[in-house]
Design a protein around this ligand. Structure first.
Ligand code: SF4
Length: 314
């Protein structure tokens, strides 16, 4: 749903403009039943060229490795078997979303359906297809992580692949495209002035930084959400919802409540991944002692909307 409204013109016109032909999508395409089976069989037998296979959702391999928790309607096969059948034919294989990439929420807790990512079981290589899987172009699975992933991440990856301008060197250590995964979701947040002074919100409607008390994990979350923003205007933390680190492999297994920052001796357990922990602790103490009065006061005032870039909260 978020992808459909991507950009000025929307997802499908942008695919068309990039000369990418959508062979089939379960919600967007008119073909169903026999037409789809004919297409899938042609791909599986190598009669239909398949440049990019995009899979959404975790592969459910239960019960007992049969995959029968998740059948492809109208066929006798579970989804995992279809994926295993089609993946060797794909020039590129893309896992769309953190469930397909790492298992995501279905793989959390007791994982009753034996959910797996295509190429990872959470942060361990393997997944449904095994560590050694490579697509026809010699690439590992491209993990467009996120819950949901930004539609721009999907489209720009497809466009770069179509232009032949994307290779294994453009992926990070978890197979995520570096053009978005080399940033942190925290970069560009409108609450950054509060973050710098450690002027923290105490409840969700406050204007201050959500990291110290309300569980924001954007300083550890790969993604350019704060720079790219969603739907042209905002992103989670800016809109008042703490970042839940949805682009990371173990996000479905978050051990603490999403709206509470776990701490030891008053120091958040999850510290920013772009600076050494000792620096952060020292700088945080210094910043707090230098917080201007206007910033300290504004941090705990209600603020319904935060602009894309930091502005003077006074
Ligand atoms: S609310 Fe989250 S994303 Fe925004 S400045 Fe604080 S830590 Fe960064």
């Amino acid at each position: 749903m978020s992808a459909l409204s991507e950009g000025e013109v929307g997802f499908l016109p942008m695919l068309e403009a990039a000369n990418i032909q959508l062979l089939w999508h379960p919600s967007l395409s008119e073909e169903s039943s026999t037409d789809v089976l004919v297409l899938l069989e042609a791909i599986g037998e190598g009669r239909q060229r398949l440049d990019a296979l995009c899979i959404e959702g975790a592969a459910l391999t239960g019960p007992a490795g049969t995959g029968r928790f998740q059948m492809l309607a109208g066929t006798q096969w579970p989804m995992m078997r279809w994926i295993e059948h089609l993946a060797p034919q794909a020039r590129y294989l893309l896992a769309i979303g953190s469930c397909a990439a790492f298992g995501g929420i279905p793989a959390g807790g007791a994982n009753p359906t034996d959910a797996r990512g295509l190429h990872y079981d959470e942060d361990q290589k393997g997944g449904l297809l095994g560590e050694d899987y490579r697509s026809k172009a010699g690439m590992p699975v491209i993990n467009i992580a996120g819950c949901a992933p930004h539609p721009g991440w999907i489209l720009e990856t497809l466009m770069a692949l179509a232009l032949g301008q994307f290779g294994a060197e453009d992926l990070d250590s978890f197979g995520r495209p570096r053009f978005f995964a080399d940033s942190l979701a925290h970069h560009g947040c409108g609450r950054n002035e509060f973050y710098e002074y450690k002027a923290s919100a105490e409840q969700l409607s406050d204007r201050g930084c959500l990291m110290e008390n309300l569980g924001c994990m954007a300083t550890q979350a790969p993604g350019d959400c704060g720079l790219r923003v969603w739907n042209g205007g905002s992103f989670c933390a800016q809109s008042g919802y703490p970042c839940i680190r949805c682009t990371t492999p173990r996000f479905g297994r978050t051990e603490t409540a999403f709206f509470k920052t776990p701490k030891i001796a008053g120091i958040p357990v999850g510290l920013p991944s772009d600076m050494p922990k000792a620096w952060f602790v020292a700088l945080a103490a210094l910043s707090k002692s230098a917080t201007p009065q206007r910033v300290r006061q504004a941090a705990t005032q209600a603020g319904a909307h935060m602009p894309a870039k930091a502005k003077d909260p006074s």
